[in-house]
Design a protein around this ligand. Sequence first.
Ligand SMILES: *[C@@H]1O[C@H](CO)[C@@H](O)[C@H](O)[C@H]1NC(C)=O
Ligand SMILES: *[C@@H]1O[C@H](CO)[C@@H](O)[C@H](O)[C@H]1NC(C)=O
Ligand SMILES: *[C@@H]1O[C@H](CO)[C@@H](O)[C@H](O)[C@H]1NC(C)=O
Ligand SMILES: *[C@@H]1O[C@H](CO)[C@@H](O)[C@H](O)[C@H]1NC(C)=O
Ligand SMILES: *[C@@H]1O[C@H](CO)[C@@H](O)[C@H](O)[C@H]1NC(C)=O
Length: 507
Amino acid sequence: MVQKPASEMINGVLRIKWWKYRYVVLAALVVNVVLVNHFFFDSSFTEFIRPPPPPGSEAALGQKPAPPPNGAIPPKPSLASEPAVAEPTYSYTPPAPLQEVMALDKVPPTAPRKLSLADYDFNGPYIGWPLARACNETKWQPGLVFVCDNNSGGIGNIRNFILTCIRYGIEAGASGIIMPRIQRRSEENLANIFTTGFQPFGYFFDEKHFTDSMAEFCPQMKIYNDTDHFPHADKKKEAKEFYPKDLNVDLDGCDGRGVNRHLDQFRTKFDAWAVKFENQPSVERPLTLRFKWATFFEWPIMRDGPEFAATFGDLLRIRKDVQELAAYTIMEMAKFAGEEADITKAPPKYLGVHLRTESDALGFWPNFKTQSEGYMKQAETHKLKHAYIASGNATEGHRFGEIAMKNVGLNVTSKVDLLKGEKLKQLTDLSWDQQALVDFLVLSKSTQFTGCSFSSFAMNIAIKRHLMTDGIFSRKWISPGDAFSTLVGRFESWYGDWMFMYECMWP
Ligand SMILES: *[C@@H]1O[C@H](CO)[C@@H](O)[C@H](O)[C@H]1NC(C)=O
Ligand SMILES: *[C@@H]1O[C@H](CO)[C@@H](O)[C@H](O)[C@H]1NC(C)=O
Ligand SMILES: *[C@@H]1O[C@H](CO)[C@@H](O)[C@H](O)[C@H]1NC(C)=O
Ligand SMILES: *[C@@H]1O[C@H](CO)[C@@H](O)[C@H](O)[C@H]1NC(C)=O
Ligand SMILES: *[C@@H]1O[C@H](CO)[C@@H](O)[C@H](O)[C@H]1NC(C)=O
């Protein structure tokens, strides 16, 4: 049915039936006047329209809408939370004050806190209310336990495996999760990312931050240390090699690996799957669910809104000792760049380079020539004379250093050149992927960052630095970069499960 314009319908009502409905219309008018005024003097509404806090005040810094305590759900700003207003049966012009309110709404309400290059803080305060809101919206299923350990590779991939698994877990209403573990890569053959068995969460991440944040902001999802640590674990049924995309039976002409559409139906389909395969969880008969490899880069982050997209990944912070080693490395970088090495001052000016040409790099990635030319161009564009290079291959790193000095006078160094004595030993005692965490942090604090378009490691740094554009209001990152980072080499296609790296990487 084609809807008539409201004014036409109202005119019709007034013309034909006005007299018949005169008392109804009169009552509606009175109710509206009362509601509009109630609305104006209601304290929660005035709370919403008050002007943004002055810059630098706690409310302005904290990014969270004041005044609820950290993690509480912010007051609903929308009119929807007000009592239902009677159907308007006439047209009216909003009174002047309401028009002013609408004008105020044309800009974002507060200045969000942004990541900063002016300090040595790699994280800032954890903003948990978007997670709390998502967890509060979920219908939880007792006895459903997610096992998020079928991951592999470097930090960029592992972070996304774990976050994707937790995000699906929230959607499925998993009231339990086993503490995620990390599969260790072979040191002899870097391309072999599955061999050396499981490492604990703390191999990469700050475990206390993760468990504290989950306990405070998503207490509905309990974390268990091991697969038999939840109630009635002996009665559990195990769903192994679960693949969310398999729930989309109708490929509709798509490549099966690409089908991550209709996420809004995931829960419905998941519940139907549980019924069909007699996998309905209960406290007495729990169900554990482990993903097939590789379930990652398939949850479009913007689906959850920018606040969630910007903050969810901060559940996974790099472990504390590595943060300290990275801060120390940046101080050595300051000396190298002829600046003051003082942790209370801003980090020095340097180009951060991620050269990705190690032996496990794939044939169709941008090669050494493309990458090195692109990186030198960035040094010139931003007039930087010192660079920190991250490369898993020291030979290749030095090769770039020589070329860059000769061509653009760029003085290049790396963690192994900067660190000495005990600190160097602390570094070399770490595994290949753990050492890369130092690079991850040092690069994230560089004045300008540049890396290879195909690397999830480089992309993760660029996307995290993108939060400097607008904090929790940051809009999408767009290839090849923003004011802080530039990725080199065209990203045209990936294969299989990696197709949605740009859309699906949480900063
Ligand atoms: C969760 O949502 C409900 C209903 O939307 C709301 O009443 C409740 O206050 C919320 N809980 C928290 C902790 O904010
Ligand atoms: C879980 O492990 C942590 C440390 O990894 C330990 O402190 C805690 O006591 C363990 N909890 C249980 C229930 O085993
Ligand atoms: C990870 O997934 C692969 C492919 O589905 C499977 O063969 C393997 O057993 C899984 N690993 C674990 C630890 O479940
Ligand atoms: C690069 O910087 C280091 C440390 O400041 C300095 O010792 C070295 O001479 C520089 N190299 C060149 C070629 O200028
Ligand atoms: C390092 O690069 C050299 C070529 O410059 C190559 O021969 C060697 O295999 C690489 N090693 C690793 C571990 O990537």
